[in-house]
Ligand binder design. Sequence first.
Ligand code: GRG
Length: 292
Amino acid sequence: MDFSTQFNTFVAHTEKALGELLPPASTRPGRIHEAMRYSLQAGGKRLRPVLLLAAADLFAGEKHDPLPAAVAIECVHTYSLIHDDLPCMDNDDLRRGRPTAHKQFDEATALLAGDALLTHAFDLLARHYPSEPGFALVRVLAEAAGSQRLIGGQMEDLLAEKKTDATADQLEFIHLNKTAAMIEAALVLGGLTRGATASDQAALRAFGRELGLTFQIVDDILDTTADSTTLGKTAGKDAKAAKTTFVSLHGLEGARRFAREHTNAALVALTKLPGDPAFLRQLVETMAVRKH
Ligand code: GRG
């Protein structure tokens, strides 16, 4: 199967599972379930579920279905986007090419939909996996989403916004935690559903870190070079907010050079993993040149 057919197959499996593993919109109270589905089923690249499913495929170990974990990580990711868009944070109107949750519904509903998606992710892990690997899945996802990683990265980002002279060190902390943490977790969760050993998990993490940094640098570049329609979210926001980014710190060429360095490091990390790395190798190469 070629790369894009394989990618689309992973996405199709994810979309089907998302539909099945979320409470129906008709479940009382309908408004909250409608809002959860509105944001979750609005498209999006599905990068984290795809990574999770691809990581699972690297291993020949015990077969637990990785799809509930793939839905769980997309629930946590979508919660973070809903909350990030709220007026108290980024105050954004557009997400995944549609009005943001608080624009479509209202602020309280958007807040609750984010809370409910976060909670639902852990419910999925608890319901669909036995204690081994279930506890490990819960621990990995909780750590990635917690106050020292995703939430910590977001906190540091909000603090950095208040000043125009954030340092390269702060920027690295923000991206390692706000962006790379969930990408690392997706890969480790996938491996855990198939019995990845401690050293496999470390290799998945190392790969995820480099991939996450590549993804974020490209995101910073696209914010300055792409338009809102192509991105499905507001373009040019970083410069408008005078935000410190890889581009503001290192210039467009410098950011492109950093992206290439992290792409190469991701490709090296990939050689430490078992199984056939062809799909993940192509994903790294595609990510480096993505347009949205
Ligand atoms: C509110 C706890 C909390 C965290 C917010 C996700 C996030 C953290 C902020 C969004 C802004 C941002 C640039 C985050 C970095 C990670 C990132 C690039 C998220 C967007 O992920 P994509 O591009 O989105 O994979 P889709 O819609 O394709 O899933």
